[in-house]
Design a protein around this ligand. Structure first.
Ligand code: PA5
Length: 444
């Protein structure tokens, strides 16, 4: 089971903080459990691993099986919470090189998460000569980036399969009743999946938003949900037995003691998009009202040769949360070489996991001695069940953290500012006054 460990934390936080913080954590916990805090209408994810819609889950499995049988590629169109979780889980469970591997499951391409014509064209080219399907994901159904990308892929599907043929290759994951995407899907007869009303984008990876793309790769989504349920039960306890309590408490105390940056680190490149998912989760949940830890990420050991210098010696404004994913799936030992020209024979016969574990320990000591507190999140291997535990652990800790900070962990008012400016500058009807005002500012 996932665990949280603190390394020599007493040298950074000499005061015992657990008892003092306990009543506030208890209140935050009750707000999450009873949906009674600010933003409580978006806490559907708290009991989701127990209460999820089994009928829809079966439809997700059936749609995934159909996509596996009639497609060589699935294009997943979505941005933010509507793509990062799926990408993180697929990279972690199947490899960041999943699309390059020999396999009998479809490639999965992620589109609509930006506005680069080159990136879009590249995926259009990749699916030009293969059978493919599209999963368009947008809770609001109105987000510009995925909506624009969807126009291109819908056109490509219709060109290849005709209007009727395309219909059976489009899967829309969106609100159950509202939004342009839902109206389009109903009018066209595409299969739809629901982003529940009470679950916001960044907490939605364990709904159809993440589950359909993940299931297409053959990863075990039943185990993913079972792992989340393991952690949900542990979190119901409402005490420091729960790893989410320990994590939320320590990161809050470190923030209060003058460390505004949290670095999420992992020693496996397969975890990179899980850190992107984590950054959105924490950045959007905590960063408001002039408060919140700035979530950043590093990939070790690669970044020890770049960011490592700053972490060791730069401004002392950060702490690290290191996710240790347990043993690798494959065990590799360093070959012996009689000539020993590279002087590496002291490692001959040693496993890569062993070398990595020594690197982890060496880094832990160096960074701690350099003044960077370390929190360790121990995971027992990259399995679907363990990843389910980790996802729920981070979500629950994030909800607790938001309430400790006295912010609404479930809204994202700041995201609207750029959207309004972009719409105005693009001439969207209704934004005429703002357009004139912005153009004046730009041309000053
Ligand atoms: O967490 C959030 O709500 C956002 O990041 C959304 O996920 C993102 O903006 C995409 O929104 P939508 O799914 O409505 O297209």
């Amino acid at each position: 089971m996932l665990d949280v460990k603190l390394f020599q934390m007493k040298s950074f936080l000499p005061m015992p903080y657990e008892d003092a913080l306990s009543p506030r954590l208890k209140r935050a916990h009750e707000k999450l459990q009873n949906a009674s805090g600010v933003g409580g209408e978006f806490t559907g994810w708290v009991h989701l691993p127990r209460d999820y819609d089994r009928e829809e889950f079966a439809r997700i499995q059936a749609a995934a099986a159909k996509i596996r049988s009639d497609s060589k590629a699935l294009v997943v169109i979505g941005i933010g919470g509507s793509y990062l979780g799926a990408r993180g889980v697929i990279d972690c469970l199947c490899s960041p090189n999943y699309n390059l591997k020999k396999k009998d499951t479809p490639n999965v391409y992620f589109a609509g998460n930006g506005l680069s014509a080159d990136a879009l064209q590249e995926i259009l080219d990749l699916v030009e000569d293969v059978d493919f399907s599209v999963n368009i994901i947008s809770k609001s159904g109105t987000t510009t980036e995925p909506a624009v990308a969807f126009r291109f892929f819908r056109e490509a599907l219709e060109k290849k399969y005709g209007h009727e043929g395309a219909k059976s290759r489009i899967y829309a994951t969106t609100d159950k009743a509202r939004g342009a995407l839902k109206s389009l899907a109903d009018a066209e007869g595409w299969e739809t999946f629901v982003v529940p009303d009470d679950i916001g984008g960044r907490y939605s990876v364990l709904t159809a938003v993440g589950l359909l793309p993940i299931a297409v790769t053959g990863a075990d989504i039943t185990e993913l949900m079972a792992g989340a349920e393991d952690m949900m039960k542990l979190c119901e306890d409402g005490s420091y037995n729960c790893p989410a309590w320990r994590y939320a408490a320590i990161r809050y105390e470190l923030y209060r003691s003058g460390r505004p940056i949290e670095l999420l680190a992992c020693y496996d490149p397969a975890f990179r998009f899980m850190t992107e998912w984590w950054k959105q989760l924490y950045g959007e949940s905590e960063g408001k009202d002039g408060k919140g830890l700035f979530p950043a990420s590093v990939e070790f050991t690669a970044d020890l040769h770049s960011m490592g210098q700053y972490i060791q010696d730069g401004k002392r404004i950060m702490f690290e949360t290191v996710v240790r994913l347990g043993d690798s799936d494959r065990q590799l030992c360093v070959p012996a070489d009689e000539a020993n020209g590279d002087g590496l024979n002291f490692l001959a016969g040693k496993s890569m996991d062993y070398i990595r574990s020594r690197a982890m320990d060496g880094t832990l000591l160096a960074h701690t001695e350099g003044g960077v507190p370390n929190i360790i999140v121990e995971v027992d291997g990259k399995t679907a069940r363990n990843l389910g535990q980790l996802i729920y652990f981070f979500e629950y800790s994030c909800g607790l953290s938001g309430y400790l900070l006295d912010v609404n962990p479930f809204d994202q008012p700041g995201v609207e500012a750029y959207k309004k400016n972009m719409f105005a500058l693009l001439g969207k009807p209704g934004y005429e006054d703002r357009k004139a005002e912005l153009e004046l500012k730009l041309n000053k």
